[in-house]
Design a protein around this ligand. Sequence first.
Ligand code: A3P
Length: 290
Amino acid sequence: MTEGPPITDIGLITYKGFNLIRNVHEEVHLHKLEKFEIRENDIFIITYPKSGTTWMQYILALMYHSDQLNGEHSKRIMEVVPWIEVWMKRIDYSKMPSPRTFASHLPPNLVPQQLRDRGKVIYIARNPKDVAVSFYYFHNFSKLLEDKPDFDTFLDQYLEGKVFGNSWFDHIQGWYSNKDNFNLLFLTYEEMRKDLRGTLVKVSNFLDKNLDDAMLDMIVEKSSFESMRLCPNANLEHQSPKYFDHSKGAMLRKGKVGDWKRTFTVAQNEKFDKIYKEKMKAPLGFGWDL
Ligand code: A3P
């Protein structure tokens, strides 16, 4: 058996205090990642889990590497826009064509240090109540996370940061307070939902990527919830049943804004709002309907 980082009481790997999903190798190489060489045109999507990572992975794959998604030797989006901390041992990142596109859930202190000097970061934030619901269902779908007995139990762990990705409050505030230390574009899941085309224009301007109308139309169409849900690659249906129980859920579950209202009880909501007020040092102005 390979020796890896310790497994916590909530079934996760912890590295420098950050809880990570147990990946295929039960081992992460984050110390190597901190020294990872960044290219000028590298692009990182950074999110707290369940905030729209796969959505942006698919968008960037369509923008930059659509040739790799089709044809006889087509690749999975996980290979085209790898989750950097998980796929390190499987993919030789030095052989990826530029611009390299990556996804990550790491906090600012654990991402490659050179990302402060070069490369670009797209951070996507989502209403933390919708994240909580999405995350709860994801625990039952993912075989690398413990099933949770009920939403109330999970919500307490989530509010305490005893989950994969630690505290939502720390993640978002950590990145927000560091936004000037990186070349970073802040987006919200809600704005993507409200105006996908407008968001894509914003993203393409940030990335200096020229997208003509036809390309924009194509990406808007292919990255809509409905199209992605029907696309096995985008819906991660090719991921091994070792990692996902496809009979228990799907990556593209509901894709809604404000759906937390159907799950939270009044008491859960009051508790959440109280903790939100305590933990958020300054309003971020994202206009969430909390
Ligand atoms: P729900 O569980 O609320 O449906 P991540 O990729 O960071 O794990 O986020 C997953 C969430 O993003 C899921 O939310 C999923 O449905 C949503 N999502 C993925 N692609 C989407 C799309 N094209 N449109 C809207 N939501 C999308």
